[in-house]
Ligand binder design. Structure first.
Ligand SMILES: Cc1cc2nc3c(=O)[nH]c(=O)nc-3n(C[C@H](O)[C@H](O)[C@H](O)COP(=O)(O)O)c2cc1C
Length: 429
């Protein structure tokens, strides 16, 4: 990783200020973090934090204290008129607990407790724009009138009880639809009660999966309009941000990857063609989503597979998204094909977010095996991403962000109901 940094140094020229360039250089191997650098040179880290706080203040257009400056992860970040109170995002996580798409008390508690737990932004699980667009019978949706009220209850709770913002991830499952719940056999076809599935091309996920019907123009119109309807409903429910799911092999991703798109028409072939339909959906959604609210797109920066999408493609895709008015790219990877060869490890997808951020000059979120606040501070301070997205860490500990603040001696306001905890000393390991 250290060697790779030196091979890619020109990426940062003219894009990082010298102090952030130094932070990127120092933390390149992951052995040195924002936290353990304090032991080596506390003055340098204090200078980084002050510099970072001042540029966050300019970017977010809200006051950020300079002395002492907050840890980088606790600085605000602006996307259009949306100001996030900090840089931690709860990643979309399917709960497989809805009935005909309607979220219930489980989703209220799941998302509500993570908002109380201190994250700046909480994103709903992949929420499908039609009944046939669901992964499983338990997936949430935004396609029936009653979904608006059910989601609004959750959005209102988050807004009334925490400074967190809440986004909705909108998707269509494509060839990975009509499958079982996570704990019953992920991506495995339903034994009964299947519905027909569609994709860019007629290529099943597993050899034993249902074969999807390649989308014709009228299917494209229908799905695009479903996304538009869902976006309007999300606005009605009060969501702060939309995230369109262009990743993980679902419907829009199936157009983007050469492994799942073998079309001979204008929607297949070169990346510009493969991106044509996903961008059409993006444009249609952007046109009805309020101009003051941001749209994020989650992408798979690599298919982890020979012949599949590459990080260089991700940069090109991010440039296209930027030109279409996308505000931030949520850089994930893989899950396009079952025989992928991912290289896992700590922060394993962060180099992709770093690359997209600098080469496409586009704000990014990074996700994937981020488990410590030392890493979150390092990533943010070094400019590898603008936001850190946590799935399993915030699943394990709904109060992950709150606990990170406590451990750093940083005060995150408690809800009134919990103020008695101030001054209480939890037992730390
Ligand atoms: C239970 C569970 C459900 C998930 N559901 C979604 C989802 O709905 N949409 C999505 O884009 N990613 C989903 N993911 C992937 C996560 O958002 C995240 O990208 C991945 O877990 C890597 O982050 P982590 O290492 O912090 O867990 C899910 C992951 C888990 C563990």
């Amino acid at each position: 990783m250290s060697l790779e940094w030196f091979e890619q140094t020109e990426r940062y020229y003219g894009r990082l200020e010298p102090i952030q360039f130094a932070m990127s250089l120092l933390t390149r191997s992951l052995r040195v973090t924002h936290e353990n650098l304090k032991v080596r040179d506390p003055r340098f880290v204090a200078t980084v934090d002050r510099w970072f706080a001042s540029q966050a203040e300019r970017q977010a257009r809200v006051a950020v204290p300079a002395a002492p400056a907050p840890p980088p992860m606790f600085t605000p970040f602006r996307l259009r008129n949306l100001v996030l109170p900090n840089r931690v995002v709860v990643s979309p996580m399917c709960q497989y607990s809805a009935e005909d798409g309607t979220p219930n008390d489980w989703h209220l508690v799941h998302l509500g407790s993570r908002a109380l737990g201190g994250a700046g932004l909480v994103i709903t699980e992949m929420t499908d724009v039609s009944r046939e667009g669901r992964i499983s019978p338990g997936c949430t949706g935004m396609y029936k009138a009653e979904h608006v009220a059910a989601w609004k209850r959750i959005v209102d709770f988050v807004h009334a009880n925490s400074p967190a913002k809440i986004g909705m991830q909108l998707a269509h499952a494509g060839r990975k639809g009509s499958t079982k719940k996570l704990w019953e056999g992920i991506d495995e076809p339903l034994p009964a009660g299947n519905w027909p599935i569609i994709s860019a091309s007629a290529i099943p996920y597993y050899p034993h999966s249902q074969v999807p019907t390649p989308m014709g123009r009228s299917d494209m119109d229908t799905v695009r309009d479903d996304f538009v309807r869902a976006a309007r409903m999300a606005e009605e429910a009060g969501f702060d941000l939309l995230e369109l799911h262009f990743a993980h092999g679902y419907l829009l991703a199936s157009f983007l990857s050469p492994l799942t798109n073998t079309r001979a028409d204008e929607y297949g072939g070169a990346l510009a063609n493969r991106a044509r339909y996903p961008l059409e959906v993006f444009d249609a959604v952007r046109a009805v989503w309020p101009a003051r609210k941001p749209v994020s797109v989650r992408i798979s920066a690599t298919d982890w597979m020979e012949g599949g999408a590459t990080p260089a493609d991700a940069v090109e895709l991010a440039k296209l998204l930027k030109a279409h008015g996308c505000d931030i790219v949520d850089v994930s990877a893989g899950q396009t094909v079952p025989d992928q060869k991912p290289v896992y490890g700590r922060l394993y997808q962060t180099p992709f977010a770093d690359r997209v951020r600098h080469e496409a000059e586009m704000p990014t979120m990074t996700v994937g095996n981020i488990a410590s606040w030392a890493d979150v501070n390092s990533i943010i301070a070094a400019g590898r991403a603008d936001l850190c997205v946590l799935a399993r860490a915030h699943l394990y500990d709904p109060y992950w962000t709150r606990h990170a603040a406590y451990e750093q001696g940083y005060e995150l306001p408690w809800p009134d109901q919990y103020v008695s905890v101030k001054g209480f000393t939890p037992r730390l390991p």
